[in-house]
Design a protein around this ligand. Structure first.
Ligand SMILES: [Zn+2]
Length: 210
């Protein structure tokens, strides 16, 4: 596939190679340096890039979608302010889509699903042939707002958390390339780590990302 890829006037901070992305991207990968440059109006931040090893094989083409991973330091206080973290099983990390997901309430949200599954992929040591990762339209700054919401949702499914305080430390983020099998005849994407299925419409820029 030959899709136009915009070269932005930004170079990798480590190897000085030009970075590529789609017009709405806010973060740009440098595969040889295993890093992601996240850009906003005020600053640029470099975070690690990891490519997840699929946990199941597929005959379908694989497309990698960008997902932020945040390690969490969560604590839960009850209504009296007593720390009940020890008796509350809490997720250790949260996943947030790096692409802008389309109508997640309808099409599903891989970030919530991977957080609920506490997905812990293995990282490939070398990128697959022709690997590239485009379409990181959601900035690191924006993504960092989601873990708190996801944790609240997940806890709320299990118990009443009214009056409890949940603090989420979203330090040490990384960006992961997560493999999805693309079944074009069925317009379906299957997460090769969690086996969750999604409509391809979930990813608006899918054609440009391939
Ligand atoms: Zn580089």
């Amino acid at each position: 596939m030959t899709n136009p890829i915009r070269v932005i006037p930004l170079d990798c901070a480590t190897c000085q190679k030009p970075l590529v992305g789609l017009p709405n991207d806010t973060a740009f990968t440098c595969v040889p340096c295993e890093s992601v440059l996240s850009v906003n109006a005020h600053s640029t931040v470099q975070i690690p890039l990891r490519i997840a090893e699929p946990s199941e094989t597929t005959d379908a083409p694989i497309i990698y979608l960008p997902m932020y991973r945040f390690a969490l330091q969560s604590s839960v206080l009850d209504t009296q302010g007593t720390d009940i973290t020890a008796e509350t099983p809490l997720p250790e990390h949260a996943w947030v889509c790096g692409f802008q997901e389309f109508r997640p309430a309808y099409f599903g949200n891989p970030g919530v699903d991977m957080t609920a599954a506490q997905c812990t992929p293995l990282a490939l040591e070398a990128p697959p042939p022709q690997f590239r990762l485009l379409g990181i339209a959601r900035s690191l700054e924006e993504a960092a707002r989601y873990p708190q919401l996801f944790i609240s949702l997940l806890l709320d499914r299990r118990r009443d958390i009214t009056g409890q305080t949940i603090e989420v430390d979203t330090a040490t983020p990384a960006l992961w390339a997560i493999p999805f099998a693309l079944h074009e005849a069925e317009n379906t994407l299957v997460n090769l780590l969690t086996a969750h299925r999604y409509a391809t419409r979930m990813v608006e820029t899918l054609a440009e990302m391939r």
